[in-house]
Design a protein around this ligand. Structure first.
Ligand SMILES: [Zn+2]
Length: 198
């Protein structure tokens, strides 16, 4: 029996999601169609809500219902400290439990010779201008403890050389190869408290 276009289109769409292979997409499709009212309908509603209401902040790269995002525009946040994170999930990890009260800049990844990720692929070109115009006094690098992330840190340090801004990095605490998203709040908080100048 041949699958209907509707089913194969859903499998194809799901299999494009990062972390989903074809097998997971097939399983999810069966699960969704078998449980339309409990799973498929709420998923459709959530997807439509996100498509309609969520956008990427043009300043920091965060997702929010307003642009610029509610972190960038919150006057109660410390506008002297900018934390550089590789991705949204790291920002969300920092935001869990009120660990950090400054602003963010999402790079959108880290440099990688093996994966062909170059500086122009990251959201970094505007960073020196942002640091100067917004008047940040400290930049905290919250990148994973990998060799590629070290190379990325050096690139950012070099990029910001002329701004004269103080640059620090999270203390370890952060396990080798570990990403912020997998750390509990206590570990992130400690790594932030013990951050070191570089
Ligand atoms: Zn923002």
């Amino acid at each position: 029996m041949q699958q209907s276009d509707e089913i194969s289109n859903l499998i194809k769409a799901l299999s494009k999601i990062q972390g989903f292979g074809n097998r997971s997409a097939v399983r999810a499709t069966i699960n969704l169609i078998s449980n339309k009212s409990e799973k498929l309908t709420p998923l459709i509603k959530a997807l439509i809500d996100v498509e309609k209401n969520i956008s990427t902040c043009p300043i920091c790269g965060n997702f929010d219902t307003c642009t610029p995002c509610s972190i960038c525009t919150n006057p109660k946040r410390d506008s002297k400290v900018l934390c550089i994170v590789p991705d949204i999930s790291s920002l969300w990890a920092m935001e869990r439990g009120d660990i950090f009260n400054g602003k963010y800049h999402i790079t959108g990844g880290i440099l990688s010779a093996i994966n062909g990720i170059e500086p122009s692929d990251l959201n970094l070109a505007n960073l020196p201008h942002r640091v100067k115009t917004e008047g940040f006094e400290e930049i905290i690098l919250a990148l994973p403890a990998t060799i590629d992330a070290k190379i990325t840190s050096h690139y950012i340090i070099n990029l910001l050389k002329d701004t004269g801004v103080k640059i620090t990095e999270l203390a370890h605490g952060v396990p080798i190869g570990g990403e912020l998203d997998y750390l509990d709040e206590g570990t992130i908080s400690e790594a932030l408290r013990q951050r070191k100048s570089i």
